[in-house]
Design a protein around this ligand. Structure first.
Ligand SMILES: Nc1ncnc2c1ncn2[C@@H]1O[C@H](COP(=O)(O)OP(=O)(O)O)[C@@H](O)[C@H]1O
Ligand SMILES: [Mg+2]
Length: 260
């Protein structure tokens, strides 16, 4: 089982969009996927449209007993294959800084729950605070999202640093999966030069392709459906980009083979 914490320094760069895009691609590929919404804004929950739920990631973090996250798992509205642990605004109260032990609450609560999925995606809040630390402590991989703008390089660097801090303090197995550029408009020169800058700074980490800026993404999120069922050509193209990203991510997540 692989698990990806999707992180960024700030809001609005596309963490939820990448989380949902990868979940849609995983669904198309027949992977059993769990999306854990740990952003108090609960946008992933809206996008995944679960018909009903009782418990949220806020309850899970408050309780934190081993395996308790299982009580909060519900089917998404997307159909077979994608489940969700929803979020709610009360989760914000769990974002106060704790100690190394408190960063492990989410991980403990998911013990025995995450194992029944091929892929677990943590959609993190827009800061590198306590909740994001919990996401990174629970995950095997951290995925950094950035826009092709003025702060993209610096922002990616800080997010990668955060992955390093959690690895060294609480989660030795944690690896940086890569950097994904979102809302790319190839015709904008600034976007091309920021992408080139990232490619130069992080040749091993920059994932390909960047996710294009497409209104189909917003339509799918608003309708609470995965991109690939939207039936628009631009949605199909974008869904394919997510599929390529997922393939690349999965090939990077294969356990290393040790040669003797
Ligand atoms: N590639 C994209 N194309 C079009 N709209 C996008 C794209 N990525 C994000 N958006 C829109 O921008 C807004 C913020 O994106 P979101 O994924 O919610 O960011 P975050 O989770 O980092 O706060 C949302 O309304 C989303 O639909
Ligand atoms: Mg979000």
């Amino acid at each position: 089982m692989h698990s990806i914490a999707v992180i960024a320094l700030k809001g609005g760069v596309g963490k939820t969009t990448i989380s949902l895009g990868l979940a849609g691609a995983a669904m198309q590929q027949g992977l059993r996927t769990l999306v854990v919404d740990i952003d108090p804004q609960a946008n992933a929950t809206l996008g995944l449209n679960p018909p009903k739920f009782r418990f949220t990631s806020s309850d899970v973090l408050a309780d934190a007993r081993e395996g308790v996250a299982g009580d909060a798992v519900v089917p998404s509205g997307w159909g077979e294959g994608v489940d969700v642990i929803p979020a709610e605004s009360a989760l914000e109260r769990r974002n106060t800084p704790g100690d190394a032990e408190s960063a492990l609450r989410l991980r403990r609560s998911l013990r025995g729950v995450a194992d029944s999925y091929d892929l677990v995606i943590y959609d993190c809040p827009p800061s590198l605070g306590e909740i994001t630390r919990n996401g990174l402590a629970a995950a095997t991989h951290g995925l950094v999202v950035t826009e092709p703008g003025y702060f993209s390089l610096r922002g990616a660097e800080q997010a990668l640093d955060a992955i390093g801090v959690v690895r060294d303090s609480t989660n030795l197995r944690l690896r940086a999966l890569g950097i994904v550029v979102n809302r790319m408009r190839p015709r904008v020169r600034e976007h091309r030069s920021r992408l080139a800058e990232l490619a130069q700074a992080y040749p091993q980490l920059l994932l390909d392709p960047p996710v294009p800026d497409r209104s189909a993404i917003q339509m799918a999120q608003g309708a609470g459906v995965p991109l690939h069922v939207l039936g628009k050509r631009s949605a199909g193209d974008t869904a394919r980009a997510f599929s390529e990203l997922l393939d690349q991510a999965r090939s990077r997540m294969q356990p290393m083979t040790i040669k003797v």
